[in-house]
Design a protein around this ligand. Sequence first.
Ligand code: SF4
Ligand code: SF4
Length: 213
Amino acid sequence: MGSRIVRPVVRSFKSRFSKEAAAWVRRGGHAVFWETDKRAVLVFPPPDPDDPHDLGFWAVLDLGKQKFTVEERGPFRGLATTLFPKSHHDIARRRAERDSMWPGPTRTLVLDCLTCAACCKDNEVQLFDVDVERFERAERPELGRSPIARKRDGKLVLTLLPSGLCRYLGKDNKCAIYACRPDACSEFPAGSECCLYSRAVELGVHDGVAPEA
Ligand code: SF4
Ligand code: SF4
């Protein structure tokens, strides 16, 4: 069981290979384009503004950013770009190294959230006004209040159990508040960079695939 997800394969390109990088992205991949040894750009297909699960948008979020540019000229014309923060150059290298086993610009992953739940561990879910309003409509206002929720760095978050698990993650890996779960949970896309990162950290699986698979 599980969902089949077609995700971009990340490749690294040196500056003289801009045309090859653009061709890779036009075929659905993501490119780490090294303009210099110290300046790396993520090039990706422009995200669909109507799709909150767009993997390109989530690849940007995984860099701690939200902004990107759709290029109007040059080899990446019509493609989206965003600069990797210098502190994230290792992430750029790791994404490309992780995907080096895949020959084409996209690949299919089969992921079953019910046998995974990695993103429900060690992950304080941020709550927004829409979540608090949804809790109230569901007659669960306590979900948006202390001690279940608390402010951290100015953001309202769901507190974790001392074990690091979300307090609503059942032993069967099901979410006990599934019907009114926060947007951050329902919009978190399987197969995204954040998903693969959670699976690597929590489950020790590489590239979304268990080593023995
Ligand atoms: S980490 Fe990915 S596969 Fe695992 S539960 Fe979360 S979205 Fe699903
Ligand atoms: S609220 Fe539900 S979906 Fe969200 S982290 Fe907790 S268990 Fe997972």
